[in-house]
Design a protein around this ligand. Sequence first.
Ligand SMILES: [Fe+2]
Length: 570
Amino acid sequence: MAAVLGISGEYHDAAAALVVDGAIVAAIQEERLSRIKNDPRLPLDAARACLAHAGLAAGDLDRVVFYEDPIDKLERVLVSTLRTFPRSLRQFPRAIGAQLGGKIWVIDRLAEQLGVARDRVTSTAHHLAHAASAFFVSGYPRAAVLTVDGVGEATSTALWHGDGSALRELGRIEYPHSLGLLYAGLTAYLGFEVNEGEYKVMGLAAYGQPRLRDEFARLIRLSGDGTFELGLPYFAYLADAELGFGPAMEQLLGPRRPPHRPWDLSSAADQRYADIAATLQAVTEDALLGLAREARRRTGESALCLAGGVALNAVANARLERESGFDRICVHPAAGDAGGALGAAILGSLELGDPRPAALTSAALGLPIDVAAAAALAGELGLTVRRSGDIPGEVAGRIAGGEIVAFCQGRFEWGPRALGCRSILANPADPESRERLNRAIKRREPFRPFAPAVLRDRAAEYFAGAPSDLTPFMTTVCPIAERHREQLAAVRHVDGTARVQTVTPDSAPELAAVLAALDRAIGMPIALNTSLNGAGEPIVGDATDAIGFLLGHPIDALVVGDLVITRGAA
Ligand SMILES: [Fe+2]
């Protein structure tokens, strides 16, 4: 029986996760506490918060596991820099400086700053941590596992076989050939921020047609066995880590799109960028499909687990569900690098002889919202605070009336999605609510859809293919049933799909109760559910963040536990 802390960080999405006696006790991204989006620093506050939540001290930890091997990573940076010399000359001082300037001493720093004996701090391999995060919480006894990201140490893609408490690597593709870096390079080319704008590219893709197959055949070559190679001259990350694409890319596809220019999809120029996004999405899906089919062939398994940043591509996951031949597919809710912290913790726990964790049914693994603190702060600020005996009924009534409600309940979520613990809820049938959300709060590009949350046992009435193992954590998209397409206007993407979240009283009890009340109020157990954060901000963590959000944004009410907080009279 052991207490094991897993840590990710030093690149982006730092996080800590705590596993005690084989049970997942807490998992927290540093950004939720520091309020710095994708905070990459060592997640000391998240680590301490996990320990405090469990009533443990650093001295109680049997093991701390860092999510990648700092020495292997240094070697990859050195080797790839030397291989591409002199093109890589510009990147060399920065890359090596970043490694020598602290990253390879991360184990020592972790031990010292957490107050844990040095011999209790170890590291694991980056893709093994991703694979563990996906397979060991899937509940599948055996499965094929694919990990696909930008790059960890030297690997960008790996295939595994999971069986009980064991994971065995069957093959890998190494940097610089990487679907994550392909997607990142084109994300930058399209004028979006890398590691942040990939969702926008996916949304934009639905507005275009994959017309640039010939050009993309030069960017990535897929072979029949699931492997692929990038056309390296088009990518600049060997020479310039920040840009991700080189001048050859602009010669091939035309000039890059200037960042921040407002989108006008009726213009020929922006339509071409949408076509580029559509082609990128199609090619990424083809590559993932090739990998998944190979995974099925090599393992003979009927279940597939996915992790790594590329696994957050919900549209691609939907295609895998339809075409890969696997009966069941699941994706870790924090499939990006944050999730590596939980994978690392589970690996440490298994190594110390504890059992494999139970299947993850809820992402509410963060810190609980302090209802009393919210009441006190709201009172101090002169806000109207009222206790309600019927929160589900009140929230449903407000939403039905066209209001936008911020909804904070229990522990905040693990991963990039708000799943009913720190959510903004609105009427899924009201385009005006969506417009107001977009205009005044989220300031999203017009092509990014909002998503519906639906009661799991009613999902099939509204969404084809739901529920599945991918719907609890919003890692797939489903076509909206024809007869409800018109009605679900506020959560419908241009192609008639929606990124569905299925909800049960177990996974998110408070949201489930609101959905049941909405069924009575609007005739559908469905809410528009989007994350509780302003543009470019991390999702709300504690009561202070929540009330700050109410003060800074034109929402109609903030619900915290059984409190209804509003700006005006009650
Ligand atoms: Fe990764």
